[in-house]
Structure formats: C-alpha cells, structure tokens
Design a protein around this ligand. Structure first.
Ligand code: ATP
Length: 184
C-alpha cells in the first residue's frame, strides 16, 4: 500500500488482509504502545517503521551462505532478502572447483575460512550443504560467532542456546500436503 502511495490504513482494512477482527489488530498493537489515531487509522510509513522495530528488522544484517550447490546458487540469486535488510555478503564451499568462482557477484571462499565471519560482522548464516556436513558446518558457524542460522539441510542441527536455528526442509514440507488434500 505504501508503494501505491497510500498514506493511512484502518484497523478494519488490516484485519481483512489477515482474516482476524479489527479489535485483535488494535489490541495487538496496544501491547507495543498503540500507534493509531481514532477515526484516521494508522499512518502506513510509521506503522512499517514500528513493526520493523518490534521484529528487530530495523537493523541491517549481513549473512553468509555455506554450500554453493544447486540450492545454494538459487538462494544467492534470490532478490527477496533485501526487502528485509539482509545482504548475503559471503559464500563458502569445500569443493576446490567452486572456490574462487563468482556466483552472482560473490566470490566463493574456502569453507575453512569461516572463522573470518566475526571480523567481517556477518552474524547470520544459511546452510545449504548435504545432510552429513550440516552439523560440522553449524559448529564452525557457532565458533565464528554467528547468532542466527537458516538451515536448508534436511536434518536437525544442535547449537548452544545463544544461537537461533530455523530449519526448512522443503521436501518434508511438500510431503505434508497429501495428508491435507481431499481424497477423490
Ligand atoms: P551440486 O552437486 O551441483 O554442487 P547439489 O546442491 O546437488 O549441487 P550437494 O551435494 O547438495 O550438491 O552439496 C551442496 C554444496 O555443498 C556443494 O556445492 C558442495 O560442494 C558443498 N559442500 C559439501 N560439503 C561441504 C562442507 N563440509 N562445507 C561446505 N560446503 C560443502
């Protein structure tokens, strides 16, 4: 709506978008101080600013990608991370044929150099290595002071409490669908 030049939005409009009632919208925002005006609604730019602050997306982050295979290359090519202030600033692989190559303007580095992430202020990482390399990769990222990991390897990884991991197994997500599909 902001891109379309709209300035204000009512809690009713917001509620319709996410299929809840307007009271819920007002109540949720009130936990954070409430930033709407009665009769006018919310100023969209201000609302975006406040929501980004609540979600801690008001600070830009640099991320590293580990594993520049088919999936990793697709992730590097994906333009959507910028919308949330993420910059994939480095890519690593263990394959000597890939190290030194450029993928989407990023030079693939040797994974044995992950320790340099701390100095480069890269605090997020995306794991796209095969399953059997995922845990050792996560361990190396923890040692490099990374604080958040998005794991695309089809397995769980264990990390200390101070590090947040979100695992995404797209094959397993697809496998969930037949259960919910109507049988014909
Ligand atoms: P391709 O085989 O075309 O590279 P892929 O996605 O099928 O793509 P995978 O076997 O899933 O390949 O491996 C993904 C990437 O992870 C590859 O580029 C591989 O070289 C890399 N890789 C494997 N082990 C490690 C590791 N321990 N550290 C970093 N990268 C690794």
């Amino acid at each position: 709506m902001s891109e379309q030049g709209q300035q204000n939005i009512s809690s009713r409009n917001l509620a319709d978008f996410v299929s809840v009632n307007p009271c819920q919208i007002r109540k949720d925002f009130s936990y954070f101080g409430g930033f709407g005006t009665r009769g006018v609604g919310y100023k969209i730019e201000e609302l975006i600013r406040q929501i980004k602050k609540i979600l801690k997306l008001d600070v830009a982050h640099k991320a590293a990608l580990i594993g520049v295979g088919n999936l990793g290359s697709a992730i590097l090519a994906h333009p959507g991370f910028r919308a949330y202030g993420f910059d994939i600033a480095a890519a690593f692989d263990s394959d000597p044929k890939k190290i030194g190559r450029r993928v989407k303007d990023i030079m693939v580095e040797d994974v044995s150099n992950l320790g340099a992430l701390k100095r480069r202020k890269i605090d997020l990482a995306i794991i796209a290595v095969p399953r059997d390399a995922a845990q050792q990769t996560a361990d190396a990222l923890v040692r490099a002071n990374v604080k958040g990991i998005l794991n695309f390897s089809p397995c769980y990884v264990t990390v200390p409490k101070k590090v947040k991991v979100i695992s995404l197994d797209i094959a397993m997500d697809l496998a969930r669908l037949p259960y919910y599909m109507p049988t014909s």
